[in-house]
Design a binder for this molecule. Structure first.
Ligand code: ADP
Length: 314
């Protein structure tokens, strides 16, 4: 049976220009032709799950502009159901303006646009549609208003559906998440976000075993299961059955953009079908590692066959 996943989150058009050097304030620098790419954590994780073989429904908002149309077309091309992505007539679509210096240093200006207008009232009918029939899990991130993430979590739980929160990007004051953490089932964060939530300093010397203990401390804030991703060092988890460390997969990494999104999508899918946590964590690490071997965000996301192959080969 095909696994079903609902993602509630953002859609952005990413516009990238490469320049010889980043402009100073007030300066104009000539760059390359614009490269357009579909992005936003919600859309990225939805596409990641679709490539991993799931039937995915994305709940979100775009503006009534050409970018909104293109973002939806790209979702459809990836097989993501977008009947619950609504178009807001008086809004612009979310947009990321990315300027990249030749050595990779970059600046990003993000205009949330329609994503910032996804309020609980707008969400309710869209989410109810997406929750029929109930999926294995609902996956959320923090690129839409916090009140909406709350509302989505409560509605999903009331429908008996497991909730997975990728707490990224972290709000300026992470204490704003206290109530939400008490309401979700699974929390996924990277090292920086975990440190931010614990008010600890993110030391590069922290060992996986210590991260596992930190995951356990995060668990005391509410979630049943906490996963911390550690880049090339894999991931750790704290759950009802104790602590886990997963060393991850050794790959030739070229660009880790998209790794976190692939990881979250695979983890939510596996947990949504009641895969035991150790196996879910391992598959998620395989998906993240494969995404790190390719350039870009959505373009780097692996397929189900690739994850199966890496997991069985290793
Ligand atoms: P984020 O991009 O959100 O900070 P991470 O960099 O921790 O997330 O990556 C997410 C997951 O992807 C990691 O837990 C790991 O399993 C995998 N991953 C990321 N980078 C690498 C890498 N260089 N080699 C192998 N696996 C990687």
């Amino acid at each position: 049976m095909t696994e079903r996943l609902v993602v509630v989150g953002s859609l952005n058009m990413d516009l990238s220009v490469t320049v010889p050097r980043l402009p100073a304030p007030g300066e104009t620098v000539r760059g390359t032709e614009v490269v357009r790419g579909a992005g936003g954590k919600g859309a990225n994780q939805a596409v990641a799950a679709a490539r991993l073989g799931a039937a995915v429904t994305l709940v979100g908002l775009v503006g009534a502009d050409a970018y909104g149309t293109e973002l939806r077309e790209r979702l459809a091309a990836e097989g993501v159901a977008d009947h619950t992505v609504a178009e807001l007539p008086d809004a612009a679509s979310g947009l990321a303006l990315i300027v990249v210096q030749q050595d990779g240093e970059n600046t990003i200006t993000l205009s949330p646009g329609a994503n910032g207008r996804l309020d609980p009232a707008t969400l309710a009918p869209l989410l109810d549609l997406a929750l029929t029939p109930p999926p294995g899990a609902v996956l959320l991130q923090l690129e839409v208003p916090l009140s909406t993430v709350h509302a989505a979590t409560r509605r999903s739980r009331a429908a008996g559906v497991r909730t997975v929160l990728n707490a990224a990007p972290l709000p300026e004051d992470p204490r704003a998440l206290a109530e939400l953490l008490g309401e979700i089932d699974v929390l996924v964060v990277n090292e920086t976000e975990a440190a931010g939530l614990l008010d600890a300093s993110p030391s590069p010397d922290t060992r996986p075993a210590e991260w596992a203990e930190r995951a356990d401390r995060l668990r005391s804030l509410g979630p049943d299961t906490v996963v911390v991703t550690l880049g090339a060092a894999g991931a750790v988890a704290a759950g009802p059955d104790g602590l886990l460390t997963e060393p991850g997969f050794t790959v030739r990494a070229v660009d880790t953009v998209g790794a976190g999104d692939a990881f979250c999508a695979q983890l939510a899918l596996a947990l949504g079908t009641s895969t035991p946590l150790p196996a879910a964590l391992r598959r998620a690490c395989a998906a993240g590692a494969l995404a790190a071997t390719r350039q870009g965000a959505q373009s780097a996301l692996p397929t189900l066959a690739e994850v199966d192959q890496l997991v069985t080969r290793a």
